[in-house]
Design a protein around this ligand. Sequence first.
Ligand code: SF4
Length: 198
Amino acid sequence: MADIIYTYKNQVYANITNKCDCACTFCVRSLKDAVGEATTLWHEKDPSLEEIKAAIDAFDFTGYEEFVFCGYGEPTCALENLLASAKYIKENHDLKIRLNTNGLGNLYHKRNIIPELATVIDSVSISLNAPDAESYQKVTRPQFENAYEAMLDFAEECNHTLSHTQLSIVDVLPAEDIKKCQEIADSRGVYLKVRKYS
Ligand code: SF4
């Protein structure tokens, strides 16, 4: 059975779905079956809310301050379980909750999901991945045509609604692209996190 809760570099993560509306060229899923302390992050079938709650109950959160939704799939593709399990964490543990997302949840669900996220999620990290729509389409291969603009709108709206919002890129991008990404984040008023490649 796949790990629902796993740890990686002193952080605890929830792997609640393998569904994703992108097919990123760099996705770690195509390279290996797990990261960190996990054995496999491929579910035979996406876990039910009861199974997620059971995994939460079985985990010792001592020493952790934050619970991060980030696994082998896009957490907002399992929105109901994301919201319900985040609520369960809030009710039972003193942990901040972060969502790592591709920022396409509003497109996927064809409505604004941010008010629902805001009831249980403290911070959101959105993968920017590219400095323009064309290269974004090439590298993330989303199911949608207008994904780049929608992802930026999502980030801007989250920034108005949640305690902390960041766009993120990895420092493998050329310096010129990193500069452009910074300008885009600035134009949306959203903090840009440049993560080290690992
Ligand atoms: S959005 Fe995340 S899970 Fe989905 S393909 Fe891209 S990197 Fe992989």
